[in-house]
Design a protein around this ligand. Structure first.
Ligand code: NG6
Ligand code: CA
Length: 511
């Protein structure tokens, strides 16, 4: 047996020993772990997943040295629920109120509920989160001028630098470790979502002040000539410049790597980019750098951010000891509320690649996402068609680092670390897809039950589904684009998958 093969088998054997909770026999590998979570990046938006009109050289280089997955899922077709599931290892459909949150929502994850951050921290990691949060902060009624708690610190992060909600929601400021950055106390911040703040211009009343007009919603507070969701007053010195967001948060992320590389503790960094979510206002140095408009220019900027992370890894010489995963929080959307030309400038670019639908949609384009796993020396470059899910990261990272997790942790998080590292082709037994209805994928089959609320205006690429639609069954091996509903031909399969989905829902957990 080759030495490398032996080492790999030995390493994975010890990982599963730890996962099963047996006595420690050898020190577990505790690599640094970096998760880069892009926002609204579609399955087909990058070079490694077939894009040609947008060049992503850093992701191409990364992918050429990584395991690239073609059947990887986020939990949900929007942001908040996916982030909840990723961090807690619990399907968000189980959590009431885990839909897209307003910017003044309280913290969605209960302090004490295990998260990837708290589990790894408990296992000796230094933990940090940088970028888009969108999981709520505080207990309701946040005072943005004081200490904002509970937040990331209460669920396991030693360090945080956040955009509290989304780029298109107020407050348009950063927080660092529980406080707004750069706030002038003489210009305090007020945020509200229920009604306008007297004296503050809104997009609805001042279209002449806007760079782009909203196409849906987004007609409240005006910040940098862009009207947002939510109202805001004050905090002028602290407000972000949209064109500088990628620079700012990428620098905070690489600062975290520089500060924690090669220290006694390994580190976990969760870097959540604002790209390529609306409003798409990339730095001028990226404008016009793609052949598919402003949305793709934002993808070029995202690729730059990834390149900066790779450079920080190289500069600190930690590649051999760093597991890096690049993925997205939901599928692609073209018009997500602003008339920014994204649709007009598509130029044939297929944001969802070969998949049907996109963000918000129950079809594959909603939740099947890029997933690139890099760990030089440990993860072999290649392609994996195994079904994997972000919800498994908690249990899988814990197993990798030799940390046993309590029974109640990550109720839907299964240890699939060997598949994630490309050492096994074993798929997750099934995966639930969550949009305005739940669907289930098992092996080649994708089943969407009858019913559901239906979906409307923002849907594209065949993503629309009528309210109370008929049941749908697709054979993804033959019909990746979900064009031929074969439910009527395979009643035994629809029955089996109906029962399977019911059980996942009723049991309250899958682990
Ligand atoms: C929707 C917004 C959309 C986007 C989304 C959240 C409207 C009409 N649409 O409600 O623009 O902000 O919420 O996106 O307001 S996510 O990626 O954070 O889930
Ligand atoms: Ca998103």
């Amino acid at each position: 047996m080759e030495r490398r093969t032996f080492l790999r088998i030995a390493a994975s054997a010890s990982a599963s020993v730890f996962a099963s909770g047996a006595a420690a026999q050898a020190p577990a590998a505790k690599p640094n772990i970096i998760v880069i979570l892009a926002d609204d990046l579609g399955y087909g938006d990058t070079g490694p997943y077939g894009a040609t009109k947008v060049k992503t050289p850093n992701l191409d280089r990364l992918a050429s040295r990584s395991m690239r997955f073609t059947n990887a899922y986020c939990s949900s077709a929007t942001c908040t629920p996916t982030r909840y599931s990723l961090l807690t290892g619990r399907y968000a459909f189980r959590k009431e109120g885990s839909g897209v949150l307003p910017g003044d929502a309280p913290l969605l994850i209960t302090p004490g509920q295990p998260t990837i951050a708290s589990v790894l921290k408990g296992g000796g990691y230094a933990t940090g989160v940088v970028g888009k949060w969108h999981l709520g902060l505080g207990n309701g009624n946040v005072d943005w001028n004081g200490v904002i708690k509970p937040g990331p610190a209460e669920i396991g992060f030693d360090y945080s630098f956040l955009m509290p909600a989304t780029a298109d929601r107020t407050p348009c400021v950063y927080t660092e470790n529980d406080r707004v950055v750069g706030l002038d106390p003489k210009d305090p911040i007020t945020v509200r979502y229920d009604k306008p703040i007297p004296g503050e211009p809104t997009g609805a009343d001042n279209p002449g002040m806007l760079r782009w007009h909203p196409s849906h919603g987004h007609d409240m507070a005006i910040v940098n000539g862009i009207s947002r969701i939510g109202y805001m007053k004050g905090g002028h010195a602290a407000r972000w410049m949209d064109e500088g967001i990628a620079d700012t948060i990428t620098r905070k992320a690489t600062n975290f790597i520089d500060a924690h590389a090669n220290k006694e503790k390994p580190f976990f960094l969760y870097f959540a980019t604002a790209d390529i979510h609306v409003p798409r206002a990339p730095n001028p140095r990226f404008v016009g750098k793609s052949e598919c408009g402003i949305r793709c220019d934002a993808a070029v900027q995202l690729d730059w951010s990834v390149g900066q992370i790779l450079e920080a890894i190289d500069r600190n010489d930690i590649a051999a000891n760093t597991l890096l995963i690049f993925t997205s929080d939901n599928g692609a959307v073209i018009d997500d509320g602003y008339e920014d030309g994204a649709f007009e400038d598509l130029n044939g670019h297929l944001a969802s690649g070969p998949l049907r639908g996109g963000k918000y949609s129950i079809y594959e384009g909603g939740t099947r996402v890029p997933f690139i796993v890099n760990w030089p020396g440990r993860v072999k470059p290649g392609l994996s068609e195994a079904i994997v899910s972000q919800v498994d990261l908690l249990a899988s990272f814990a197993a990798l680092a030799g940390i046993s997790i309590p029974e109640e942790a990550g109720p839907d998080s299964l240890n699939h670390i060997q598949t994630i590292l490309g050492e096994s082709n074993e798929s997750r037994a099934h995966v639930v897809e969550h949009a305005n209805i739940l669907a289930i994928r098992q092996g080649r089959w994708k089943y969407i039950p009858a019913g559901g609320r239906g979906s409307g205006a923002l849907y594209w690429n065949g993503g629309t589904r009528p309210a109370n639609g008929a049941q749908e069954l697709y054979d993804l091996e033959r019909d990746l684009g979900e064009r031929n509903n074969v439910a009527a031909l395979h009643p035994e399969v629809t029955e089996r998958l109906t029962a399977m989905l019911d059980k996942v829902v009723k049991d309250g957990r899958t682990r």
